[in-house]
Design a protein around this ligand. Sequence first.
Ligand SMILES: *Cc1c(COP(=O)(O)O)cnc(C)c1O
Length: 322
Amino acid sequence: LKCDAAMVTCGAASAVTLGTAACMSVANGPTTGHLMPADMTGLKNEVITQKAHRYDYDHAMRNCGIKFVEVETIEQYQAAFTPNTVMCFFYNAADGGSISRQDWVRIAHAHNVPCLNDAAADVPPISNLWNYTQMGFDLVAFSGGKGMRGPQNAGLLLGRTNLIDAATKNNSPNDDCVGRGMKVAKEQIVGMVAAIDWFTSQSDAEFEAEFRRRCEVIAAALKDIPTLTAEVFIPPVANNVPHLLIRYDVARVKIAPKDVSRALRHGTPSIELNPSTGSTQASAGIPKDPNKIIVGVWMLEPGEDAIVARRLREVLLQAANS
Ligand SMILES: *Cc1c(COP(=O)(O)O)cnc(C)c1O
């Protein structure tokens, strides 16, 4: 993976917690493991982040007793460093934030503060497994069960040797630390290593061609549904592979996208559409338009594209004819 050191964690959120615990330990000394997250008196515990990079997973850092210091401009970032700064955090797939990855790392390093990048869902492209550590991020977190298709309860923390060592000390089998409940079994480690071997032997072009083909199978089955349009859509950072984006006139095909999700979930076999289906919120590059269905095809096993196509057709055709 072209980095100094690496560990298998029990997911990306766990990798973010252990990475934060590592930065806390390096900044405050080895007894910090015992003190986190409750006894913070006198400890350095500030994590700088862009306001737009606060996200649903930041509990993974707050587990370590840290406080966020939010910035929006480069000037605010420069001024935010104090003797209590332990880490600078970057959310790789953030929808907002004006400070680039390169500037984030450069300014942190000018203050001798390590940077952690949460890139959980951001492979493919395959090279992202090393792009961010090579850009200078001291720690990078990935989810094992997303783009790498490895065990759902595994993830990776990649980075500098001293920080990975400190993360390891904050993890099981040590007892008195935030990571004791984040045990990784030998089965997960073997599964994660096998997933990396598989993933790094694939090609981005072949992934894209195969996912486009699956989108086309599904779109072809829907082409006579009145008012329906289907297009292939590639989110820019997270989940950066072809998805099928479907729109139709709900006045004509009388079912809301969220109800299509429900019908597919409760059908046989149960099918889960992308959670942005029918959502009024933008998420990781997917538009906020509620009147859309998003089909993520990359997790399908061979032949399942035809099953998804058949079920979507049944549900939408029934609504159009009702
Ligand atoms: C999915 C995700 C996580 C959590 O990943 P797990 O492997 O389930 O722990 C953390 N951060 C981001 C940005 C994610 O997309």
